[in-house]
Design a protein around this ligand. Sequence first.
Ligand SMILES: [Zn+2]
Length: 96
Amino acid sequence: MPRYSKEQIDDVAGLLFARVAPVMKVPAARLAVDTITAICQDFADLFAADNPPVCRWCTAPVEPSPTNCPKSALGQHTYLGGFDRTAFLRACGIEP
Ligand SMILES: [Zn+2]
């Protein structure tokens, strides 16, 4: 079970959006935009690591070096779900 709830993630996105939106359109704020973008991406990485896609057959989380799925007829994991990094970044005001 993920550590972070949808409500917590939505709250973080809302807080970041409030700070991101005003500076995203100001060319002189490029350094701030780069920093804020990096912070939003760090949060996205944190939430993605907390809630990875899992195999629909055996519920194993996505792996860097996939093994055979013990419950799939084809022997391969089929990964679904997990944290939606793109939607989170958009909610923060960052176009991924
Ligand atoms: Zn599997």
